[in-house]
Ligand binder design. Structure first.
Ligand SMILES: C[S@@+](CC[C@H](N)C(=O)[O-])C[C@H]1O[C@@H](n2cnc3c(N)ncnc32)[C@H](O)[C@@H]1O
Length: 339
C-alpha cells in the first residue's frame, strides 16, 4: 500500500472564506423580501412564510441562516430581530441601510463574475469616469441612512471640538452627497452656515435633505466638479468625507485649492480610509475596494498620505487620529491654514 501523506491540518480558513458569498447573498435576500420588517416581535417560520407569501421550508432555511449570522435570534422556534437588524435592516428605521447594501452588492457583481479574467487581463479598455450621475445621487441618498446610524453624530461631535469651532461662520462640505454630515456639524453650532458641493445631479437630492431637516436658512448647495470649478471662498471649515478617492493620485492641486478657499486660521478636515500593513488592512476596505480596483477605479489612501498632502499644501499644524465606524476605521486628518 502506498503511504498516506503525513499531513495533519486541524483548522483551515478556506471553508469559512468560501461561505462569504452565501452570507452576503442571504443578507440581500432577507432585505429583498423585507423579512426584517416582520421580525420586530417574535414570529414562527410558518407565520413569516404566510406574511411574505413564500415557501415555508425555504423560508425557515433562510431564517435559520440569518440567525446563524447573528442578524436575528431564534428562541423556542420563534425568530426575532437583533438590535442591529432592528436599527439597520427595518425600512421604518431612519438608519435603514438595505438600499445601500443592495447597491454595494450590485456594483460588485460584474467583478465577482469576471474576477479571474480581470486579474489576467487587467482593467477593460476605456478610462474610468464618474459614470451615471443618477447612480451617484441614489448612492449618496442611501449613504445618508448609514450616516444616521451613528457616524454623522460621532464625527460631527469630534469636529465640534476643533479649536475655534464656536467662532466659525461658514463651512464647505466637499463631495458632501446627501449633506447629512454637514447637517450634523451645523447641529453642533447655533449659527454657522454650510455649503454642500457635489455633482449637479447629486445636489438636487441634497436639497431634499436640507428641506427635510429644515435647514434652508443655513444651508445651500453648489453643483459642479470640484477639481475644475470654483469652490467659493471665505470658509472657516472645509470638510471632505469619503470623496478625495475620486481625485486620483495627485491630490496637490485640490489641496492647494482647498487651502485658498479657507480664511486665515481656517481648518480642513479630511475623513478617509487609512490603509496599513502593506496595503492589506483594514479588511473591510481592502476587500470592498477589490472590485473597483480591478476596473482601475478609485484610489485608496495609505495611512498618513492625506496628512502629507496637507503638509505640502501649507497646512500646519496637522493632527491625525483613527476613528472607529461601523464599516471600518477611518482616518480623520485636521489641518489648519496659518492665521
Ligand atoms: C462616497 S460619497 C460621500 C458622500 C458624503 N461625503 C459622505 O461621507 O456621506 C462621494 C461623493 O463625492 C462626490 N464627488 C466625487 N468626485 C466629485 C467631483 N469631482 N466633484 C464633485 N463631487 C464629487 C460624489 O458625487 C459623491 O456624492
Amino acid at each position: 500500500m502506498r503511504k498516506l501523506p503525513d499531513i495533519d491540518l486541524e483548522s483551515s480558513s478556506i471553508y469559512e472564506i468560501l461561505s462569504g458569498r452565501i452570507k452576503a447573498r442571504v443578507l440581500l435576500t432577507g432585505i429583498e423580501l423585507g423579512v426584517f420588517d416582520h421580525l420586530s416581535a417574535p414570529r414562527s417560520g410558518p407565520e413569516i412564510a404566510q406574511e411574505l407569501e413564500t415557501h415555508p421550508g425555504s423560508t425557515e432555511a433562510m431564517l435559520d441562516s440569518l440567525a446563524c449570522l447573528g442578524l436575528i435570534e431564534k428562541n423556542n422556534g420563534l425568530y426575532r430581530n437583533t438590535t442591529e437588524a432592528e436599527i439597520s435592516l427595518c425600512q421604518k428605521s431612519p438608519a435603514y441601510v438595505g438600499e445601500m447594501v443592495g447597491m454595494i452588492y450590485r456594483m460588485s457583481s460584474g467583478a465577482l463574475q469576471d474576477m479571474t479574467t480581470l486579474v489576467k487581463s487587467g482593467p477593460p479598455p476605456g478610462s474610468p469616469d464618474m459614470g451615471d450621475q443618477a447612480i451617484w445621487a441614489d448612492y449618496a441618498r442611501s449613504m445618508a441612512n448609514y450616516q444616521l446610524g451613528g457616524p454623522a453624530r460621532k464625527l460631527a461631535g469630534l469636529i465640534s471640538k476643533i479649536q475655534g469651532f464656536s467662532s466659525f461662520e461658514r463651512m464647505l462640505d466637499l463631495g458632501g452627497g446627501s449633506g447629512m454630515l454637514c447637517i450634523a456639524v451645523l447641529a453642533q453650532h447655533p449659527t454657522m452656515r454650510g455649503v454642500v458641493f457635489d455633482q449637479p445631479s447629486v445636489v438636487k437630492m441634497t436639497e431634499s435633505f436640507i428641506a427635510e431637516y429644515e435647514m434652508q436658512d443655513r444651508m445651500s448647495v453648489m453643483g459642479g466638479d470640484y477639481t475644475s470649478d470654483s469652490l467659493g471662498e471665505g470658509y472657516d471649515l472645509v470638510l471632505a468625507s469619503a470623496t478625495l478617492n475620486f481625485v486620483g493620485d495627485d491630490l496637490g492641486p485640490l489641496m492647494r485649492k482647498i487651502h485658498q478657499t479657507l480664511k486665515p486660521g481656517g481648518v480642513f478636515v479630511s475623513l478617509a480610509e487609512g490603509i496599513t500593513h502593506e496595503h492589506t488592512r483594514p479588511p473591510g476596505m481592502i476587500l470592498e475596494n477589490l472590485t473597483h480596483a480591478l476596473y482601475g477605479q478609485v484610489k485608496m489612501f495609505e495611512k498618513g498620505e492625506i496628512a502629507r498632502a496637507m503638509d505640502q499644501a501649507g497646512f500646519s499644524p496637522i493632527e491625525s487620529r483613527t476613528v472607529p465606524t461601523p464599516f471600518c476605521p477611518i482616518e480623520m486628518d485636521v489641518g489648519r491654514k496659518s492665521g
